[in-house]
Each structure stands twice: as C-alpha cells, then as structure tokens.
Design a protein around this ligand. Sequence first.
Ligand SMILES: C[S@@+](CC[C@H](N)C(=O)[O-])C[C@H]1O[C@@H](n2cnc3c(N)ncnc32)[C@H](O)[C@@H]1O
Length: 222
Amino acid sequence: MKKARTTQDGARIYTRWILACYDLLIYRVLSPHVWRCDPQHFLDLYNRHMSDNHADVGVGTGYFLNQCLYEPGEVRIGLFDLQPNCLAFTAQRLARFQPETFECNALESIPFAGRGFDSIALGGILHCIPGNFAQKARLFDAIKPLMKPASQLFGYTILNRGISKTLLSRFVYFLLYQLKVINGAEDSASQLHAELTKRFKRVNTHIIGHIALFNASEPLSR
Ligand SMILES: C[S@@+](CC[C@H](N)C(=O)[O-])C[C@H]1O[C@@H](n2cnc3c(N)ncnc32)[C@H](O)[C@@H]1O
C-alpha cells in the first residue's frame, strides 16, 4: 500500500548540504530554466510588499531576505520554519538584522504571542505541503496569530495544473514529486485564488511559467 505523504516530507530534504547548494540549484537553474520564472519576479514581489516589520514562513536559505532593501536596524524580521537547519542557516546569513526565529509547523495554529507583523511571505512553502489546496490553505489560518488587520501576505508556489509544461519541466516535476520535495500534484492557480478569496478581500494571483505569484490583504472575518 502507498504510504500517505506527511507534513515532515516537505521539510526533511533541507539538510545542511542541500542548503549549501540550494541557491545555485533553485535560483540559477530550476527557476529560470525549468519553471521558466526569472528569480527577479520573486525579488520584485519582496521589494513591493516586504515591510519593515516582516515575517517569513518557510524560510529555506533566506535568499530574497538577504537582498532586501532594508539596512540593519531598519527592519524587524521573524523567521518561522519546521526545519531547524533552515532556521539556523537563514538566521546566520541574516545575522546583521538580528532576526527572531521560531520552529513551528505552519499547518497548525502558530503559538505566537508576540507583536504582529505588517507583511508575511509564504515563498515556496505551499508546494511542499501535502494534499489539495483546501488542505494546504490551513496555512492561511495557522498564520493568523502573526497577522495584524492591515498585514500584507505574499508568496509564490510551483503549480502542476493549468499551466503550459515542457518535457524538461514534466521530468523535473516528476523527479521532485518522487523525492517528496514537491507535494502538490493537483495544485492550480484557480484553487489557490479560491482559497485566498475565502479569507481575504483583496487577492491577486498571476502565473509566470510553472509558478503562481500572489498577494493578499484585508482578512475577512470567518
Ligand atoms: C522550498 S523552501 C522555500 C524557501 C524560501 N522561502 C524560498 O523562497 O526560496 C520551503 C521551506 O518551507 C519549509 N516548510 C515546509 N513545510 C513546512 C511546514 N509545514 N511548516 C513550516 N515550514 C515548512 C521548509 O523547511 C523550507 O524551509
């Protein structure tokens, strides 16, 4: 019998060795050449929406945070992740900003009692989470303790439905799916948009290559 995918599957791969190669592999090779989305689009999203009081949920290596437009002392950064290696790697890289780190599963209400954040990034975490978008969207509810009424949410995720694929992208997707790095075979931008509009008044999603980029604000009371 096939074993169901677990939440841990989406974070297990990020060993220290993988993190050392991550930026090169993801942002020099896979993103531009396989997913056909230039990393500049992700950086533009950060530059548009990241505030001086920012939380990153699913931090990886902190690649875009490291390129943010803020100087040390100008910005509060909270790092939230299930994988301690990612938190340690990113916290060290961003040491000049003295980030706050929190180990947590972002699918369960995050036990955070601190001051809320004005912007929250969910970059590349949704495609790690197993299940359909209705299940993945638990993350939008779980981050509520981090949010303020005027918080901006933004992020990106790899899709597998409703996009144009190449032979190479089909092959790499299959490989990463088998390795349980990607856990969303049915993911589409329309499902993402539907789950966001259940929770936020203002929602933008758009597709570049295999990737959905999104931002949302004005949480609806549910
Ligand atoms: C693909 S990486 C994205 C990293 C980075 N944001 C970027 O854009 O390059 C996904 C990150 O989400 C984290 N993650 C996966 N599932 C998680 C969960 N359920 N709760 C918290 N973090 C999770 C992983 O540990 C990893 O740091």
